[in-house]
Design a protein around this ligand. Structure first.
Ligand code: AKB
Length: 320
């Protein structure tokens, strides 16, 4: 029986991932942890839960020693926009947390570790169209800096200690379950909720801002498929570029309006615009396709219809 530890289990990806892992491997085999956000019923009510501050190295070591997981999905992080409000804390959580997890995994013979990187590793000097897998990485946010350093640290643990660390560079993630927590791409999720609640949304990036995005089912599929991939087939191990869809904020508003005709969206860029402008508009994910067979299922129309269907179903059974 495979046992799994998830950090950041109450975040946007963690909430959905914990549910899928519990369905796949059994409820009691997946220990969900969170240091901040209170757990949703879907996490708390379906299996074991613990509070874990990933910046506390001793606590991380104790928990990994006690639970002795076969695999860790380390998702706890501070995202790009919130990271800029307290860069010191962002570094501590993102890099300190990753270091503590890597050390505990090494010390207690954890078989596999999944750690997500992000398109935030790229910066204004990077080619913005079909951004290559291996290219210039000079990000301008502390989140991006911590992700670049994290990618290098993960590669180091693979080489130096033979730890099986795997990961992808996620684009903006769109999902209906838990809200994202302080990212630059959060507008793509907020727009859906606003369309159904007030019918109005003021978007914090320009209408012509194009960013790569991924829908949660594809986001989860990527993590699970990469973790299941044959080790010998992997040349990169971590930090795979992942392309799913790309669209402008205006395209998204139009796609939603096709289903919610009274929806109106206005655009008032704030400081997050500069972050969005420093990131790729599309990605070359040939390495992921070639090395472990990555293929997304959702494009903009399909994702929009599915998102609205799920949110409407939730609204009809309880408060949003
Ligand atoms: C953010 O906007 O900070 C995240 C990301 C792209 O990693 N969604």
């Amino acid at each position: 029986m495979k046992t799994i530890l998830v950090t950041g289990a109450c975040g946007q990806i963690g909430t959905d991932l914990t549910g899928v892992l519990r369905r796949l491997h059994g409820e009691n085999t997946v220990l969900a942890t969170s240091g901040g956000r209170p757990p949703a019923d879907s996490v708390l009510g379906t299996g074991p839960f613990d509070v874990l501050d990933v910046t506390d190295g001793e606590a991380v070591d104790r928990l990994v020693r006690r639970s002795h997981p076969d695999a860790i999905y380390h998702l706890a992080a501070r995202l790009s926009a919130v990271g800029e409000t307290d860069p010191q804390r962002a570094w501590l959580v993102n890099m300190g947390g990753l270091y503590n997890i890597l050390e505990a995994a090494r010390a207690h013979d954890v078989r596999q570790l999944f750690w997500p990187s992000s398109i935030a590793v790229f910066g204004p000097d990077t080619p913005r169209e079909r951004t290559p897998q291996d290219t210039v990485m000079r990000p301008t946010t502390i989140y991006g800096v911590s992700k670049v350093a994290g990618e290098l640290l993960c590669d180091y643990y693979v080489r130096r200690y033979g730890l099986d660390v795997r990961g992808v560079r996620y684009p903006g993630v769109i999902s209906s379950e838990a809200p994202p927590g302080g990212g630059t791409t959060d507008y793509a999720v907020e727009m859906f909720h606003a369309a159904l609640s007030s019918g109005r949304y003021t978007c914090f990036v320009r209408e012509d801002t194009v960013l790569p995005m991924i829908y949660m089912p594809d986001c989860l599929k990527a993590a699970l498929d990469l973790m299941a991939a044959e080790s010998l087939a992997l040349q990169h191990h971590n930090a795979f570029n992942l392309a799913a869809m790309r669209f402008s904020a205006g395209d998204l508003a139009q796609a939603i309006t096709r289903h919610v005709p009274h929806f109106t969206c206005t655009f008032e860029p704030d400081e997050r615009q500069a972050i969005a402008d420093s990131w790729p508009r599309s990605l070359d994910d040939t390495a992921a396709r070639r090395e472990w067979g990555w293929r997304p299922d959702f494009d903009l129309p399909r994702m929009t219809a599915d998102m609205l269907g799920r949110l409407r179903a939730r609204r009809s059974t309880g408060p949003d």
